[in-house]
Write a protein that binds this ligand. Structure first.
Ligand code: SAH
Length: 255
Protein backbone atom coordinates (compact mmCIF):
# COMPACT_ATOMS: atom_id res chain seq x y z
CA UNK A 1 0.00 0.00 0.00
CA UNK A 2 2.75 2.42 0.80
CA UNK A 3 4.66 1.88 -2.46
CA UNK A 4 2.17 3.48 -4.92
CA UNK A 5 1.75 6.33 -2.52
CA UNK A 6 5.47 6.96 -2.50
CA UNK A 7 5.56 6.90 -6.31
CA UNK A 8 2.82 9.49 -6.60
CA UNK A 9 4.63 11.74 -4.21
CA UNK A 10 7.85 11.37 -6.15
CA UNK A 11 6.16 12.33 -9.42
CA UNK A 12 4.53 15.36 -7.88
CA UNK A 13 7.81 16.65 -6.53
CA UNK A 14 9.68 16.11 -9.85
CA UNK A 15 7.03 17.86 -11.95
CA UNK A 16 7.58 21.44 -10.70
CA UNK A 17 11.32 21.08 -11.41
CA UNK A 18 10.59 20.00 -14.97
CA UNK A 19 8.19 22.92 -15.48
CA UNK A 20 10.75 25.30 -14.04
CA UNK A 21 13.49 24.01 -16.36
CA UNK A 22 11.17 24.24 -19.39
CA UNK A 23 10.28 27.80 -18.47
CA UNK A 24 13.78 29.11 -17.93
CA UNK A 25 15.41 27.40 -20.91
CA UNK A 26 14.03 29.81 -23.58
CA UNK A 27 15.06 32.75 -21.40
CA UNK A 28 18.50 31.22 -20.85
CA UNK A 29 19.07 30.60 -24.54
CA UNK A 30 17.39 33.83 -25.63
CA UNK A 31 15.05 32.05 -27.99
CA UNK A 32 11.68 33.16 -26.71
CA UNK A 33 8.93 30.91 -25.35
CA UNK A 34 7.12 28.19 -27.22
CA UNK A 35 3.41 28.91 -26.91
CA UNK A 36 0.78 26.19 -26.48
CA UNK A 37 -0.07 26.32 -30.18
CA UNK A 38 3.58 25.74 -31.07
CA UNK A 39 4.07 29.36 -32.17
CA UNK A 40 7.17 31.06 -30.88
CA UNK A 41 6.52 34.10 -28.72
CA UNK A 42 9.62 36.23 -28.59
CA UNK A 43 10.87 36.96 -25.10
CA UNK A 44 11.98 40.53 -24.52
CA UNK A 45 14.29 39.57 -21.69
CA UNK A 46 17.28 38.78 -23.93
CA UNK A 47 17.24 41.27 -26.74
CA UNK A 48 20.95 41.32 -27.69
CA UNK A 49 21.08 45.14 -27.56
CA UNK A 50 24.69 45.14 -26.42
CA UNK A 51 25.67 42.59 -29.05
CA UNK A 52 24.06 44.77 -31.73
CA UNK A 53 25.99 47.83 -30.54
CA UNK A 54 29.24 45.84 -30.72
CA UNK A 55 28.38 44.58 -34.20
CA UNK A 56 27.72 48.13 -35.41
CA UNK A 57 30.94 49.38 -33.82
CA UNK A 58 32.81 46.71 -35.77
CA UNK A 59 31.07 47.79 -39.00
CA UNK A 60 32.25 51.36 -38.32
CA UNK A 61 35.80 50.10 -37.82
CA UNK A 62 35.54 48.19 -41.11
CA UNK A 63 34.70 51.44 -42.87
CA UNK A 64 30.88 51.56 -43.10
CA UNK A 65 30.01 55.26 -42.83
CA UNK A 66 26.34 55.60 -43.76
CA UNK A 67 24.63 56.65 -40.52
CA UNK A 68 21.20 55.44 -41.64
CA UNK A 69 22.52 51.96 -42.39
CA UNK A 70 24.36 51.81 -39.07
CA UNK A 71 21.23 52.98 -37.22
CA UNK A 72 19.09 50.41 -39.08
CA UNK A 73 21.46 47.59 -38.17
CA UNK A 74 21.58 48.75 -34.58
CA UNK A 75 17.79 48.61 -34.45
CA UNK A 76 16.98 45.41 -36.37
CA UNK A 77 16.88 42.26 -34.24
CA UNK A 78 19.04 40.07 -36.48
CA UNK A 79 18.62 37.01 -34.22
CA UNK A 80 14.89 36.70 -34.89
CA UNK A 81 15.51 36.36 -38.64
CA UNK A 82 17.50 33.19 -38.00
CA UNK A 83 15.00 30.33 -37.59
CA UNK A 84 14.86 29.35 -33.92
CA UNK A 85 16.40 25.89 -34.40
CA UNK A 86 19.58 27.44 -35.90
CA UNK A 87 20.06 30.27 -33.42
CA UNK A 88 22.05 28.31 -30.87
CA UNK A 89 24.52 27.06 -33.45
CA UNK A 90 25.79 30.50 -34.38
CA UNK A 91 26.42 33.86 -32.72
CA UNK A 92 23.67 35.92 -34.42
CA UNK A 93 25.70 39.15 -34.06
CA UNK A 94 29.11 37.77 -35.03
CA UNK A 95 30.50 39.10 -38.31
CA UNK A 96 29.93 35.90 -40.27
CA UNK A 97 27.11 34.15 -42.10
CA UNK A 98 24.82 31.80 -40.12
CA UNK A 99 22.90 28.79 -41.33
CA UNK A 100 19.15 29.32 -41.85
CA UNK A 101 18.39 25.80 -43.10
CA UNK A 102 17.94 24.31 -46.61
CA UNK A 103 21.70 24.75 -47.15
CA UNK A 104 21.29 28.55 -47.11
CA UNK A 105 22.74 31.31 -44.93
CA UNK A 106 21.96 34.78 -43.64
CA UNK A 107 24.76 36.98 -45.05
CA UNK A 108 27.61 38.34 -42.97
CA UNK A 109 26.60 41.72 -41.42
CA UNK A 110 29.54 43.52 -43.06
CA UNK A 111 28.49 42.34 -46.52
CA UNK A 112 24.86 43.36 -45.90
CA UNK A 113 26.03 46.83 -44.82
CA UNK A 114 28.58 47.12 -47.64
CA UNK A 115 26.21 46.13 -50.47
CA UNK A 116 23.52 48.44 -49.11
CA UNK A 117 25.97 51.33 -48.77
CA UNK A 118 27.28 50.88 -52.31
CA UNK A 119 23.72 51.09 -53.65
CA UNK A 120 23.05 54.46 -51.92
CA UNK A 121 19.40 53.53 -51.43
CA UNK A 122 17.11 56.55 -51.01
CA UNK A 123 13.72 56.72 -49.23
CA UNK A 124 10.87 55.87 -51.61
CA UNK A 125 13.07 54.05 -54.14
CA UNK A 126 11.93 50.72 -55.53
CA UNK A 127 14.33 47.94 -54.63
CA UNK A 128 14.29 44.35 -55.83
CA UNK A 129 16.19 41.79 -53.79
CA UNK A 130 16.94 38.36 -55.22
CA UNK A 131 17.44 35.76 -52.50
CA UNK A 132 15.22 36.76 -49.55
CA UNK A 133 16.72 34.05 -47.33
CA UNK A 134 16.04 35.04 -43.73
CA UNK A 135 14.54 38.43 -44.65
CA UNK A 136 17.27 40.37 -42.82
CA UNK A 137 18.67 42.26 -45.82
CA UNK A 138 15.10 43.16 -46.82
CA UNK A 139 14.50 44.56 -43.32
CA UNK A 140 17.64 46.73 -43.56
CA UNK A 141 16.45 48.11 -46.92
CA UNK A 142 12.92 48.68 -45.59
CA UNK A 143 14.33 50.54 -42.59
CA UNK A 144 15.94 52.99 -45.08
CA UNK A 145 12.46 53.82 -46.35
CA UNK A 146 12.70 51.97 -49.67
CA UNK A 147 9.86 49.93 -51.22
CA UNK A 148 11.06 46.36 -51.19
CA UNK A 149 10.15 43.39 -53.34
CA UNK A 150 12.12 40.24 -52.65
CA UNK A 151 12.17 36.88 -54.44
CA UNK A 152 13.14 33.57 -52.80
CA UNK A 153 13.31 30.16 -54.48
CA UNK A 154 12.89 28.05 -51.32
CA UNK A 155 9.22 28.16 -50.35
CA UNK A 156 9.82 27.52 -46.63
CA UNK A 157 12.34 30.37 -46.43
CA UNK A 158 9.99 32.72 -48.30
CA UNK A 159 7.20 31.87 -45.83
CA UNK A 160 9.49 32.29 -42.83
CA UNK A 161 10.80 35.66 -44.06
CA UNK A 162 7.29 36.92 -44.79
CA UNK A 163 6.17 36.09 -41.29
CA UNK A 164 9.20 37.54 -39.48
CA UNK A 165 9.14 40.74 -41.56
CA UNK A 166 5.48 41.22 -40.66
CA UNK A 167 6.09 40.46 -36.99
CA UNK A 168 9.06 42.85 -36.86
CA UNK A 169 7.12 45.79 -38.33
CA UNK A 170 7.79 45.52 -42.08
CA UNK A 171 4.43 44.31 -43.41
CA UNK A 172 4.88 46.24 -46.68
CA UNK A 173 7.85 44.20 -47.86
CA UNK A 174 6.60 42.04 -50.76
CA UNK A 175 8.01 38.52 -50.71
CA UNK A 176 7.56 36.21 -53.68
CA UNK A 177 8.27 32.49 -53.76
CA UNK A 178 9.77 32.12 -57.21
CA UNK A 179 12.82 32.06 -59.45
CA UNK A 180 14.88 35.24 -59.23
CA UNK A 181 16.21 34.73 -62.79
CA UNK A 182 12.79 36.03 -63.87
CA UNK A 183 12.98 39.06 -61.57
CA UNK A 184 9.57 40.34 -60.49
CA UNK A 185 8.05 42.21 -63.46
CA UNK A 186 4.94 43.25 -61.53
CA UNK A 187 6.77 46.02 -59.65
CA UNK A 188 9.45 46.82 -62.29
CA UNK A 189 11.29 49.00 -63.18
CA UNK A 190 13.52 49.16 -60.11
CA UNK A 191 15.90 51.88 -58.95
CA UNK A 192 18.08 49.27 -57.27
CA UNK A 193 18.52 45.50 -57.59
CA UNK A 194 20.47 43.60 -54.92
CA UNK A 195 21.26 39.96 -55.66
CA UNK A 196 22.33 37.93 -52.62
CA UNK A 197 23.10 34.61 -54.35
CA UNK A 198 25.72 34.11 -57.05
CA UNK A 199 24.82 33.54 -60.71
CA UNK A 200 27.42 32.56 -63.33
CA UNK A 201 26.30 35.42 -65.60
CA UNK A 202 24.26 38.55 -65.06
CA UNK A 203 20.57 37.51 -65.43
CA UNK A 204 19.32 39.39 -68.49
CA UNK A 205 15.78 39.84 -67.12
CA UNK A 206 17.20 41.74 -64.15
CA UNK A 207 18.92 44.18 -66.49
CA UNK A 208 15.60 44.63 -68.33
CA UNK A 209 13.84 45.40 -65.04
CA UNK A 210 16.38 48.04 -64.00
CA UNK A 211 15.33 51.69 -64.40
CA UNK A 212 17.33 54.15 -66.47
CA UNK A 213 19.99 55.45 -64.00
CA UNK A 214 19.28 52.36 -61.89
CA UNK A 215 22.02 50.35 -60.23
CA UNK A 216 22.47 46.69 -59.44
CA UNK A 217 24.93 44.82 -57.21
CA UNK A 218 25.54 41.09 -57.43
CA UNK A 219 28.14 38.44 -56.59
CA UNK A 220 29.19 37.06 -59.94
CA UNK A 221 30.92 33.77 -60.69
CA UNK A 222 30.48 30.04 -60.34
CA UNK A 223 33.62 29.14 -58.41
CA UNK A 224 35.38 32.31 -57.30
CA UNK A 225 33.13 35.31 -57.07
CA UNK A 226 33.41 39.04 -57.21
CA UNK A 227 30.87 41.70 -56.35
CA UNK A 228 29.93 43.53 -59.52
CA UNK A 229 28.12 46.87 -59.71
CA UNK A 230 26.13 47.69 -62.85
CA UNK A 231 24.74 51.10 -63.73
CA UNK A 232 22.24 51.75 -66.52
CA UNK A 233 22.94 55.00 -68.36
CA UNK A 234 21.36 55.91 -71.72
CA UNK A 235 20.24 52.27 -71.98
CA UNK A 236 23.88 51.14 -71.74
CA UNK A 237 25.38 49.18 -68.85
CA UNK A 238 28.53 50.33 -67.06
CA UNK A 239 30.27 47.64 -65.03
CA UNK A 240 32.49 48.05 -61.98
CA UNK A 241 34.31 45.11 -60.39
CA UNK A 242 34.48 45.19 -56.62
CA UNK A 243 35.36 42.96 -53.62
CA UNK A 244 35.94 39.24 -53.91
CA UNK A 245 33.22 37.42 -51.93
CA UNK A 246 31.66 34.05 -51.23
CA UNK A 247 27.89 33.60 -51.66
CA UNK A 248 25.63 30.58 -52.10
CA UNK A 249 24.92 29.87 -55.79
CA UNK A 250 21.89 31.27 -57.59
CA UNK A 251 20.10 28.12 -58.66
CA UNK A 252 17.74 27.70 -61.61
CA UNK A 253 14.06 27.05 -60.99
CA UNK A 254 12.35 23.98 -62.41
CA UNK A 255 10.21 25.85 -64.92
N1 SAH B 1 19.57 38.05 -48.32
C1 SAH B 1 19.49 36.91 -47.45
C2 SAH B 1 20.63 35.93 -47.60
C3 SAH B 1 20.45 35.16 -48.79
S1 SAH B 1 21.29 33.64 -48.98
C4 SAH B 1 19.36 37.31 -46.01
O1 SAH B 1 19.40 38.52 -45.69
O2 SAH B 1 19.21 36.42 -45.20
C5 SAH B 1 20.82 33.43 -50.67
C6 SAH B 1 19.38 33.06 -50.90
O3 SAH B 1 19.19 33.03 -52.31
C7 SAH B 1 19.01 31.67 -50.39
O4 SAH B 1 17.93 31.77 -49.52
C8 SAH B 1 18.63 30.90 -51.66
O5 SAH B 1 17.58 29.99 -51.47
C9 SAH B 1 18.24 32.03 -52.59
N2 SAH B 1 18.28 31.71 -54.02
C10 SAH B 1 19.16 30.93 -54.70
N3 SAH B 1 18.84 30.90 -56.02
C11 SAH B 1 17.74 31.69 -56.17
C12 SAH B 1 16.94 32.05 -57.28
N4 SAH B 1 17.16 31.59 -58.53
N5 SAH B 1 15.90 32.89 -57.07
C13 SAH B 1 15.62 33.36 -55.82
N6 SAH B 1 16.34 33.04 -54.73
C14 SAH B 1 17.38 32.21 -54.90
Amino acid sequence: MSLPCKNVKKQQSRYPILVFLLCISPWFFGNGCIGVNGQKKESNRKDYKEERLKMVQLLREYGIKDKKILAAMEKIRRHVYIPVQYRLMCDPYGDHPCSIGYGQTISQPYIVAYMTERMEVQPGEKVLEIGTGSGYQAAVLAELGAKISSVEIVRELADHAKEVLKQEGYPDVNVLYGDGYKGWPEFAPYDVIIVTCAPGDVPIKLIDQLKEKGRMILPLGKFSQRLVILRKKNSKIQIENDLSVSFVPMVHGKN
